[in-house]
Design a protein around this ligand. Structure first.
Ligand SMILES: O=C(O)c1ccccc1NCC(=O)[C@H](O)[C@H](O)COP(=O)(O)O
Length: 219
């Protein structure tokens, strides 16, 4: 199975089309107003129509309530919810049951202690996304363009598909995959010319680099 590639934080028709034409497996849309990549429900509806099943639509939320998730379901009809806040295991179970969609739980990583949450989430989530833990003063929990120490995942044994993210770009993703054995890579800042401004050439370069990376994951 080849490496899964997720391009996150897409917000325009043109860059979404670039990601789809370049072969992205997942396209992520951020529904979190403080983010420079935030999209409105109407933009989400329009971009969602453009995907036409060429990739999995990932709705990225942060501690969203049911009404927000319901509105996103109506607008985007996501294939996966990416839960990037402090959602509990019980909340993951609740969301899966209420909305009938797979969930990918973002796990922030700074030290090995951050991995203690895995057994609980792994029992409910469909996928895990390891991301760099945001600094305490950050205005958002992700999309910050900073990597974490991939060696923290070197001896990971996780019976669930997982992706690595945080500060990835076309130049470092192969090393991140080699060390973490992740089955997928996710990027936002590394394919942007400015916060929230996706660069078509960087998107294509990232996907080319991912396709050239030998699949090492055991999952
Ligand atoms: O991208 C955002 O602005 C964002 C805002 C709030 C929560 C999560 C967010 N992004 C989550 C992602 O899946 C990013 O792709 C991931 O954090 C990696 O981002 P980057 O380090 O910029 O590549």
């Amino acid at each position: 199975m080849s490496l899964l590639v997720k391009i996150c934080g897409l917000s325009t028709r043109e860059t979404l089309q670039t990601a789809l034409d370049a072969g992205a497996d997942m396209v992520g849309f951020v529904f979190f107003p403080p983010s420079p990549r935030h999209v409105s429900l109407e933009t989400g509806r329009e971009l969602g129509r453009q995907v036409k099943k060429r990739a999995l639509k990932v709705a990225l939320t942060v501690d969203a309530d049911d009404a927000t998730l319901d509105n996103i379901m109506d607008a985007l009809s996501p294939d996966i919810f990416q839960l990037h806040g402090r959602e509990s295991v019980a909340r993951l179970r609740d969301i899966k049951q209420k909305f009938g969609r797979p969930v990918m739980k973002a796990v922030p990583v700074a030290t090995s202690a951050d991995l203690a949450v895995l057994p609980g989430y792994a029992a409910v989530a469909d996928r895990i996304l390891f991301d760099a833990r945001a600094p305490k003063d950050a205005t958002r929990p992700g999309g910050l363009g900073a990597p974490f120490d991939w060696h923290l995942l070197e001896n990971l044994e996780l019976d669930l598909p997982y992706m690595v993210s945080g500060g990835l770009d076309a130049e470092n993703l192969a090393e991140a995959v080699r060390i973490t054995r992740a089955g997928g890579v996710d990027v936002s800042s590394g394919v942007e010319s400015a916060p929230g401004v996706k660069d078509p050439e960087l998107i294509k370069a990232f996907i080319r680099a991912a396709r050239a990376t030998r699949e090492l994951s055991v999952r």
